[in-house]
Write a protein that binds this ligand. Structure first.
Ligand code: 5GP
Length: 211
């Protein structure tokens, strides 16, 4: 007799250099895992065309952000370039307590901060490209051959890759469907961990032999 509602959710933190397939994998996970939701960060940067408040980000003024940060409303927050970004705490707490999992698409700094804030809840997965040539090829395809942009992205990618060993799982994305299946297997095993099956104590107690 498993009690799904009593399970504690997990925080799946997915990082990779850009071009390794992270966004595609995140989209596939949200589409196929009904128990998983994407964490929506708050930011002070203005919305880009097509971005909707509450979907890509919660767009806040600097005053609103600072107020919420002072109140301790963020699980973690950081300044990136001239803007602030933060993970709202209440939504994550509510999801985990209700047995839902939360997916975070963040870089190594965000991952490190989340792990520090919630060490028992975070499952870190790092996605590596199959080779540096393949990563460069993918970044070139995106940057439409602007050499400076490509060089900057390659430097950022190298910085991100340097942090691979801070993650619980490291996957080499040679084939997107294969990597996706590996992540689903990780989620399956992590959901079964004793600390997440909060109903087990009562269940085990009910298994006493009749005297
Ligand atoms: P963008 O403005 O392009 O959407 O994101 C810029 C950077 O902010 C990215 O590197 C992204 O990982 C980071 N970022 C987005 N949300 C958060 C967050 O909640 N916390 C932290 N620490 N970084 C974030």
């Amino acid at each position: 007799m498993s009690n799904e509602a009593a399970r504690r959710g997990l925080m799946l933190v997915l990082s990779s250099p850009s071009g390794a397939g992270k966004s595609t994998l995140a989209r596939m996970l949200i589409a196929s895992e009904p128990g998983m939701e994407l964490s929506i960060s708050a930011t002070t940067r203005p919305p880009r065309p097509g971005e909707i408040d509450g979907r890509e980000y919660h767009f806040l003024s600097r005053e609103q952000f600072e107020q919420q940060a002072d109140r301790g409303d963020f699980l973690e927050w950081a300044r990136v370039f001239d803007n602030y970004y933060g993970t709202p705490k209440a939504a994550v707490d509510a999801a985990l307590a209700a047995g839902r999992d939360v997916l975070f698409d963040v870089d190594w700094q965000g991952a490190r901060a989340l792990r520090a804030a919630a060490p028992d809840d975070v499952v870190g997965v790092f996605i590596l490209p199959p080779s540096i040539e393949e990563l460069e090829r993918r970044l070139r395809a995106r940057a439409q051959d602007d050499a400076t942009v490509i060089a900057r992205r390659m430097a950022r990618a190298a910085d991100e890759i340097a942090h691979w060993a801070e993650y619980d799982y490291v996957l080499i994305n040679r084939d997107i469907d294969h990597t996706f299946r590996e992540i689903v297997a990780i989620i399956g095993a992590e959901r079964l961990k004793r600390i997440r099956q909060t109903w087990l104590g009562d269940f085990a107690a009910s298994l006493k032999l009749p005297i």
